[in-house]
Design a protein around this ligand. Structure first.
Ligand SMILES: C[S@@+](CC[C@H](N)C(=O)[O-])C[C@H]1O[C@@H](n2cnc3c(N)ncnc32)[C@H](O)[C@@H]1O
Length: 236
């Protein structure tokens, strides 16, 4: 990952006019798509480890090569961090400087979230760094907040932080959270050390970066179901 990248170009300049309708439709309906066998196998492969650790859980969804996963493990030393990405190519590029104290999983995020919910897991933090923007107006349903997976993301709870170099995406995500009853706020992160490879590339290319944060519930549960006090402050 190197070189200059162009800013996101789109035929959509503001929040999508169908956002409200789509969010209400997905929130009112159960997601019925069958779960991919490879994601189920990946989930089962780590389930025991996660439930044995019984540590507060952090997901780094769409983690790419897992650079952010390793950084998050330093930021949250008391938590178990799980980086999830569907690309074996990207996951295999991960290089750890020390034996990793986090998990990297090759899986579809939406399916993995549903399995985690069915197992009774809940999150302390959920990071979503630079998901694919799907910038064409016609691609709203492929964006996180326009997809049926959005309700699973909400149900997993915890603090959510999403970053993108496309302001419309971040504002739309924040609006979808508001529509679902979760106040969220949007700002520009002050980035010292880039958290991920895409963030580094966008910074080098001079793109403005955007962030949406939201606290989905008042407490986070331990993997396996026990209650712990939720994080009260956003940590940078
Ligand atoms: C733009 S990259 C960002 C990667 C990383 N977060 C970063 O900031 O460097 C988006 C990533 O999302 C992954 N991805 C896209 N759809 C996915 C899905 N449904 N489940 C899991 N990963 C997915 C891609 O493989 C890719 O690594």
């Amino acid at each position: 990952m190197r070189g200059h990248s162009s800013p996101v170009s789109s035929d959509q300049r503001h929040c999508h006019p169908r956002l409200g309708k789509l969010v209400s439709r997905h929130l009112g309906n159960e997601h019925r798509r069958p779960i991919a066998a490879h994601t189920r196998a990946a989930f089962e492969a780590i389930r025991h480890t996660v439930e044995q650790r019984a540590a507060p859980l952090v997901f780094d969804s769409f983690c790419g090569t897992g650079m952010s996963t390793a950084l998050l493990a330093q930021r949250h030393p008391d938590c178990l961090i799980i980086g999830i990405d569907k690309s074996a190519h990207r996951i295999n590029k991960h290089s750890a400087t020390a034996p990793p104290d986090y998990l990297l999983v090759r899986a579809d995020c939406g399916d993995f979230w549903r399995l985690a919910l069915a197992a009774g897991w809940a999150l302390q933090w959920h990071y979503l760094f630079y998901p694919n923007p799907w910038p064409k107006q016609s691609q709203l349903q492929r964006r996180l907040h326009g997809s049926p997976e959005f309700s699973s993301l909400l149900a997993l709870g915890g603090w959510v932080e999403l970053r993108s170099n496309w302001q419309v995406y971040v504002e739309e995500f924040g609006s979808a959270l508001h529509l679902a009853g979760h106040p969220a706020w949007v700002d520009s992160p002050e980035v010292g050390v880039p958290v991920s490879l895409f963030e580094r590339k966008y910074l080098h290319s001079g793109h403005p970066l955007w962030r949406c944060r939201c606290k989905l519930n008042d407490s986070a549960r331990l993997a396996g179901g026990g209650l712990i006090g939720g994080a009260q402050h956003v940590q940078d």
